[in-house]
Ligand binder design. Structure first.
Ligand SMILES: [Zn+2]
Length: 254
């Protein structure tokens, strides 16, 4: 990432200013500017699929929601929709802001769900498959829904940490509920699980429908995208990989 080290103010609408701001000055800025200032000062990437929860202070999510609602209202106005007299769109800006911040993009703004790890006391070392886990995400390109399923294959060893089955779904949901790119989403999920569980092998398969392909563009109804990440033993051992893939139930394109 290119980092600007100069003390001078950066001009341009979207260029983050690398100038020092006092707490008083920060307090007067909109919440999004304040959070962006912290991220830029800390040299932190803040792409659509990055989590920025640790740079958000108490109460700021409410401020963000109000700010997003105001901007969505501007979008509706730019679309020449009369939100004053149209009862259907009167509250749309608030609804969309709430949906983005609290639901569909929530994985950007809240910390990872608490996950308890257990030592592998039984020394399990057999292939374990978790899934299908329902995926609800959105594409970074159009902010259109991505709806799909994920399967996780793990080959634990005696040093692996085991986590409860429902926790896989919660970690997956935390990563997916951001504007995503499917290839990056599976890699992020693999990194998170590798770090937590430390298995000998890890395989992830994601199959998803991209609504930007149905609703717009080519309007193709058969556009499920499948991709996978294989690590460790799943990469080295074709038999293990084959076993994992053959055990994925109800896959559309197997
Ligand atoms: Zn798209």
């Amino acid at each position: 990432m290119a980092v600007r080290r100069t003390g001078a103010a950066v001009t341009g609408v979207n260029a983050p200013a690398r100038i020092f701001r006092t707490e008083d000055e920060l307090a007067r800025l909109p919440a999004s500017e304040r959070i962006r200032y912290r991220l830029v000062t800390a040299d932190r990437r803040h792409h659509a699929n990055d989590n920025i929860a640790d740079q958000i202070h108490a109460g700021e999510l409410e401020e963000l929601k109000a700010e997003v609602a105001e901007k969505v209202h501007e979008v509706l106005r730019a679309l020449v929709i009369d939100t004053d007299s149209d009862h259907n769109t009167k509250e749309t800006a608030q609804r969309v802001a709430k949906m983005y911040i609290e639901e569909v993009f929530r994985g950007r703004y809240v910390p990872m769900p608490a996950v308890t790890e257990f030592p592998n006391a039984e020394r399990l070392n057999e292939l374990m498959i978790v899934g299908p886990i329902t995926v609800r995400s959105a594409c970074s390109h159009h902010l259109c829904p991505i709806i799909g399923r994920v399967w996780i294959g793990l080959l634990p060893n005696e040093h692996s940490n085991l986590i409860g089955l429902s926790k896989y779904a919660r970690i997956c949901d935390w990563i997916m509920s951001r504007p995503q790119i499917q290839e990056e989403a599976v890699t992020m999920l693999a990194n998170e699980l590798q770090e937590r569980v430390k298995p000998d092998g890890l395989g992830i398969v994601m199959e998803a429908d991209h609504f930007c392909m149905h609703w717009r563009g080519v309007k193709d109804n058969e556009s499920a995208m499948v991709n996978s990440v294989m690590r460790g033993a799943f990469l080295k051992d074709p038999n293990l990989r084959r076993e994992f893939l053959s055990l994925l139930p109800n896959r559309k394109n197997s």
